[in-house]
Design a protein around this ligand. Structure first.
Ligand code: SF4
Length: 662
C-alpha cells in the first residue's frame, strides 16, 4: 500500500479546509477540479517557469521518479556531496514528504527555491504583508507552502540551516532575446509521460537578463510558525497543526470542520446526476454530519446562490442557510438612482422568486426597450479569446503579458438579418499576435458606425492593454496612431490608466444589461453567458422555433464561417439543451470531465479555459498538422458560438419585449 504522507499539495488543500484531506484522491468521491497537473501547468505557464528556473541554477541533478522510496534514495545519495543542486529533491520527515522544486546544498546550509507561475512586482518580501503587519491573504497559501517545506527540511536535517525563497516572474523584467518561449516545448518520454524539453539552442544571452526573481521569505516563514492554528477544536502551533493533519491523513481519519462560506465552492460537491450514479459527495456528507441535513434539504436553494451576496458569512453564522431563511433586512434592497434594478434589488428579486418557487423570468421591458432605441444598426457582437504567456515571445516584452489571439464577430442588421461577419485566430508558434489582431478588428468594425456589444469587461480590458503595448513599444509601428485612435473610439479607459477617455462608440456591455433588466431563476443567480443563454432559449418560443430548423450555416439561412446547416435547438427531458453541449470535445486526449471543467465558468482557469489551453498546446506541444487543424476548427466553432449566444440573447429580449407589449 502506498505510504500516506502529508505532501505539500495535501498541506495546501488542508489549509483550504482540513476535511478535504479525507475526500482527496478517492475515486468514489466526486472532485470538480481539474486533476491533471500538466493541463493546469500548461495553461498558466507553470511548466515553462519551472524549467526556466532550473536554467538559472545550472549543473543540477533532476530526480525524475515519482516513486517515494526511489526518489528519497536518489536524493539522499546526492546529498552525500558537500555542494549539490537538486531539482525535485525528495525529503521526508516522519509522515511529511516534499518534493522541493530546487534545493541547493552548500555544506551545512540548504537553500530552498519554490517556483510559482505567478508574476511579482517588487524586490523584497514587503509586498507579502498587510499594513497591519499580518500576511496578505493573496500570498498566504504560497508562503504557507514554503513554510511547510522549510519545516520538513529543518526537521529532516536538524544540524543544518535552511533559507527559503519564492521564485516568480518579475513583472518589470524585459525578455533579453527573441523566441525564448519557443525554447521550452512539451514532448512525451518513452513511457508516454509528458515532459518539458529545453532546446539545445538555449544560449547564455537568453539567460543574461533574468526574468524570474528570487524573494527571500524566511521572515514570512517565521511569522507563520508563530501564528495560531486550529488543531481540532483547540488553538495550536504550526508544528502541532502539521502533525495533526499528517496523523489524520496517515490514518485516513476525517477531520470534522464546521461549514463555512467556502463550502459553496467545494470541489467535492456532486451534482444531482452524479448522485444518481451513486458517486459520493463530500459536501453532502459534511452537511449531513454537521447540520443534520437530509437528502430533501439539498433540493432547496441556499444563500450561496444569491448573486454577489456579501453578507453570506454573517447569515451562515446566524444559521440562515436556505434562501427561505432570508428576510428583507438581510438584503436591504435599495434603488441606486439608475435605470433598471440595483444590485441589492436584484438580490431581493432572486430571493423572493426562490421563496415563492416562481420559476418565471423577469424583464424590465420598458427600460430595456428604451436602451434598445438608442442602438445604432448594424449591431456588432464581439468576443475575444486571450491568455497570458509566462515567457515572452520577443525581446523587450514582459513576462505574463496579455495575448489576444482570437475574436469572433456577428452582425445584426436593422431588417433582422444576421451574419457571422468575421473571425480571427492566430496561434502560430512564437508569433506575438496582438497587433495583427487589432488591425483585423479595426478593419471589421470600421465599415460603419453601428453599436458594438461585448459581454462583461474582458474586451474593454484587453483593448486597453493592447493600447498600452502599442504606446510603449519602442519599435517602429507605422499604423500605431491609427490603431490607438481606433481603440479609443470603441472603449473607455480603465481605472489604472494615466490617460482618461470615453469613446464615442464605446462598446455596450450586455452583461450589465442583464444585471439591470433581466433575471431568470434558471440561472441560479449567475450572470455568466453560459447560464443566461440556456435560460433564454427555454423562455423564448421565438428562439426555439427559429433555431430548431437547420438554418444556421444554410445557403438561404444565416451565413456562418464555421457551421453548415446546424440545428441549435435540441430538447432533453423537456428542456432545451445547452448549445455548448452540442459541440465536440476540442482535445482527443483529455477526458470529457476535464474538458467540461475547462469549458465551465467556474474552473480555476477562469472563463475561456478551453480556448487558452488550446492556444498553449498549439504553442508548446509537438503535434501533427492534422491535430493542429482540428483544434483550430474547434476553437473557431466555440468562439463563433460565443458571439452567436449574444445575438440570441438580443433576439430573445426582442421576443420577450414584443410579448410584454402585446
Ligand atoms: S463541504 Fe465544506 S466542510 Fe466539507 S470539505 Fe467542503 S469546504 Fe470542507
Amino acid at each position: 500500500m502506498k505510504a500516506r504522507y502529508l505532501t505539500k499539495s495535501r498541506f495546501k488543500l488542508a489549509l483550504e479546509c482540513p476535511t478535504k484531506l479525507f475526500y482527496a484522491n478517492k475515486p468514489e468521491y466526486v472532485n470538480q477540479k481539474i486533476e491533471d497537473p500538466f493541463l493546469l501547468a500548461l495553461a498558466d505557464g507553470g511548466f515553462q517557469v519551472g524549467e526556466l528556473a532550473k536554467c538559472y541554477f545550472p549543473g543540477g541533478y533532476e530526480i525524475r521518479t515519482l516513486d517515494y522510496a526511489e526518489a528519497l534514495e536518489q536524493t539522499n545519495d546526492l546529498l552525500k556531496k558537500d555542494h549539490v543542486i537538486i531539482y525535485e529533491a525528495a525529503i521526508r520527515f516522519e509522515n511529511l514528504f516534499i518534493r522541493a522544486d530546487i534545493l541547493v546544498k552548500n555544506k551545512y546550509h540548504f537553500e530552498l527555491f519554490e517556483v510559482k507561475a505567478k508574476s511579482f512586482d517588487g524586490d523584497s518580501d514587503a509586498a507579502f504583508y498587510n499594513k497591519n503587519g499580518s500576511i496578505s491573504s493573496t500570498w498566504k497559501p504560497y508562503l504557507a507552502d514554503v513554510a511547510f517545506q522549510k519545516h520538513v527540511i529543518q526537521h529532516a536535517f536538524p544540524g543544518y540551516t535552511v533559507s527559503a525563497h519564492l521564485m516568480m516572474a518579475n513583472k518589470n523584467a524585459l525578455c533579453p532575446t527573441d523566441g525564448l518561449n519557443q525554447k521550452f516545448k512539451i514532448t512525451k518520454d518513452e513511457d508516454g509521460r509528458k515532459k518539458v524539453m529545453v532546446s539545445s539552442k538555449l544560449a547564455a544571452e537568453d539567460l543574461a537578463e533574468k526574468i524570474l526573481t528570487k524573494i527571500k521569505v524566511d521572515s514570512c516563514c517565521t511569522f507563520i510558525y508563530t501564528e495560531d492554528f486550529n488543531v481540532g477544536t483547540q488553538p495550536g502551533t504550526f508544528e502541532e497543526y502539521v502533525n495533526f493533519l499528517a496523523d489524520h491523513y496517515a490514518k485516513d481519519k476525517k477531520i470534522i470542520s464546521q461549514p463555512t462560506v467556502n463550502c459553496g465552492d467545494c470541489e467535492f460537491k456532486a451534482t444531482d446526476s452524479e448522485l444518481e450514479q451513486d458517486l459520493k459527495s463530500g459536501f453532502h456528507e459534511c452537511w449531513k454530519e454537521n447540520l443534520g441535513w437530509k437528502d430533501k434539504d439539498f433540493k432547496d436553494s441556499t444563500i450561496f446562490e444569491i448573486w454577489n451576496f456579501r453578507r453570506k458569512e454573517r447569515c451562515l453564522h446566524e444559521g440562515k442557510i436556505k434562501i427561505t431563511d432570508i428576510s428583507r433586512d438581510d438584503i436591504n434592497p435599495r434603488a441606486d438612482g439608475r435605470q433598471g434594478i440595483s444590485a441589492s434589488e436584484r438580490q431581493w428579486l432572486q430571493v423572493t422568486k426562490a421563496q415563492g418557487k416562481d420559476m418565471s423570468y423577469w424583464i424590465d421591458w420598458e427600460n430595456l426597450y428604451q436602451e434598445m432605441r438608442n442602438w445604432v444598426y448594424p449591431l456588432h457582437f464581439i468576443d475575444f479569446e486571450t491568455t497570458m504567456v509566462a515567457i515572452p515571445f520577443n525581446k523587450g516584452r514582459y513576462p505574463y503579458e496579455g495575448i489576444a489571439f482570437q475574436f469572433s464577430h456577428h452582425v445584426v442588421h436593422e431588417d433582422g438579418r444576421i451574419e457571422h461577419r468575421g473571425h480571427y485566430l492566430n496561434a502560430v508558434p512564437g508569433v506575438f499576435p496582438n497587433y495583427d489582431f487589432i488591425r483585423r478588428l479595426k478593419k471589421e468594425l470600421s465599415e460603419d458606425q453601428g453599436s458594438i456589444f461585448r459581454y462583461a469587461a474582458h474586451e474593454n480590458t484587453y483593448l486597453n492593454l493592447i493600447y498600452r503595448q502599442l504606446m510603449q513599444d519602442t519599435n517602429d509601428i507605422p499604423d500605431r496612431e491609427s490603431l490607438c485612435g481606433f481603440i479609443r473610439t470603441i472603449t473607455h479607459s480603465v481605472e489604472s490608466s494615466d490617460d482618461h477617455w470615453e469613446g464615442n462608440r464605446s462598446m455596450i456591455d450586455m452583461c450589465e444589461l442583464v444585471k439591470r433588466y433581466y433575471y431568470d431563476p434558471a440561472t441560479k443567480g449567475s450572470n455568466s453567458i453560459k447560464q443566461v443563454l440556456p435560460a433564454i432559449l427555454n423562455s423564448s418560443q421565438f428562439l426555439q422555433r427559429k433555431y430548431a430548423d437547420p438554418i444556421y450555416g444554410a445557403d438561404d439561412g444565416i451565413p456562418s464561417m464555421n457551421y453548415k446547416e446546424w440545428q441549435w435547438i435540441k430538447f432533453i427531458d423537456g428542456r432545451v439543451l445547452d448549445p455548448y453541449k452540442l459541440l465536440p470535445n476540442m482535445f482527443q486526449d483529455i477526458s470529457e470531465k476535464d474538458f467540461d471543467l475547462l469549458l465551465s465558468d467556474s474552473n480555476e482557469l477562469r472563463d475561456g479555459g478551453a480556448a487558452l489551453t488550446a492556444y498553449a498546446r498549439m504553442q508548446f506541444e509537438e503535434m501533427s498538422e492534422y491535430e493542429r487543424s482540428e483544434i483550430q476548427k474547434a476553437l473557431l466553432q466555440y468562439c463563433e458560438l460565443d458571439t452567436l449566444a449574444m445575438v440570441m440573447i438580443y433576439e430573445g429580449w426582442q421576443d420577450l419585449i414584443n410579448q410584454a407589449k402585446g
